[in-house]
Design a protein around this ligand. Structure first.
Ligand SMILES: *Cc1c(COP(=O)(O)O)cnc(C)c1O
Length: 319
């Protein structure tokens, strides 16, 4: 309700002319939190990542990213469809990193036979896993030394910051641009930000308009985002605590023993997809919504009681 009240009371203007004070405040606060010069309010995480691709790359360029990365797998191929930018994907390692030797082998020499390798992308958290600060530093300085720009899909950067017990800025500092989501774990109804230098964000603003993302009186949405940043970041630690509780409860069920992996706010179940789908279809009758993918996610609408309820529901079906 408090978030809805913030939206109701939002002071608005026309953001296409840069005149919405609430959007301006959200962009300034986002840039400050991530230690960047500027930020841009985007409609979604997909749009924020696409704005990064389009602003860093030109037609015929390529970006390096992971084979399970959101900006390769789950964003409709937007960079290729709209920017003529191709992905070069590398296998994401079990710890969520990309192997820097493989990255080095992937970077194309300056030769007109090849696409121009332009951008190196990471995601943190990825599949709930936190990439260590030392790796981020090493990976980005390596990419920069090869003349690449760097982008972080930080949809869940605040989960990573909580897990690392550091300001989000310490994660963001290694990257030229960082996107993050106000939706999902932070609990706003919509919206993401792209942060970076002033000149890159100016380019992104042009692309956002072209993509139909100039939203006029979007202060109503920005107010929800500001509320989320002010009140719903620290509580992500609760999601991590509850995910650990749920994981240990599930791991005690003999069918699931050794098949439960928890990372930050997520739990992955190593089960046959068909088996999980039929299980999921039965769990929903008990009010436990999992979807078809064997992953459980804790968020601000899941309290301790819901965790107990979920463990009991799994127990009932599996024993
Ligand atoms: C959800 C998500 C996005 C963007 O999602 P939208 O649904 O477009 O807001 C980007 N990256 C990651 C890692 C995500 O989980």
């Amino acid at each position: 309700m408090a978030m809805r009240d913030a939206m109701l009371g939002a002071e608005v203007g026309d953001d296409v002319y840069g005149e919405d004070p609430t959007v301006n405040r959200l962009e300034a606060e986002s840039a400050a939190r991530l230690g960047k010069e500027a930020a841009l309010f985007a409609t979604s995480g997909t749009q924020a990542n696409l704005l990064a691709l389009l602003s860093h790359c030109q037609r015929g360029d390529e970006y390096i990213t992971g084979d399970s990365a959101h900006n390769f797998l789950y964003e409709g191929g937007g960079g290729a469809a709209l920017g003529g930018v191709q992905p070069h994907v590398l296998p994401v390692q079990p710890d969520g990193t990309l192997d820097l030797q493989q990255v080095e082998q992937t970077i194309k020499p300056d030769d007109y036979h090849f696409a121009r390798t332009r951008l190196f992308c990471l995601e943190n958290t990825i599949g709930g896993k936190v990439l260590p600060l030392a790796y981020l530093k090493e990976a980005c300085s390596f990419a920069h030394s090869k003349g690449l720009a760097t982008h972080l899909d930080g949809a869940r950067i605040f989960n990573a910051a909580i897990a690392l017990d550091c300001p989000a800025q310490d994660i963001a500092e290694h990257f030229d641009t960082v996107s993050f989501c106000l939706s999902k774990g932070l609990g706003a109804p919509a919206g993401s930000l792209l942060t970076g230098t002033k000149s890159l964000i100016n380019r992104a603003r042009r692309w956002r308009k072209l993509l139909g993302g100039g939203m006029r009186q979007s202060g109503i949405l920005a107010a929800a985002g500001l509320y989320a940043l002010d009140h719903q970041v620290e509580r992500l630690a609760e999601d991590h605590r509850r995910a650990a509780l749920l994981a240990s409860g599930l791991a005690n069920i003999s069918t699931l023993s050794g098949k439960v992996v928890q990372a930050t706010n997520m739990i992955f179940l190593d089960l046959e997809p068909n088996f999980f789908q039929s299980l999921s279809a039965k769990l929903i009758d008990d009010g436990v919504q999992c979807g078809d993918f064997p992953r459980l996610v804790c968020h601000l609408d899941i309290d301790d009681q819901a965790i107990e309820h979920a463990i009991a529901a799994f127990n009932k079906l599996l024993t």
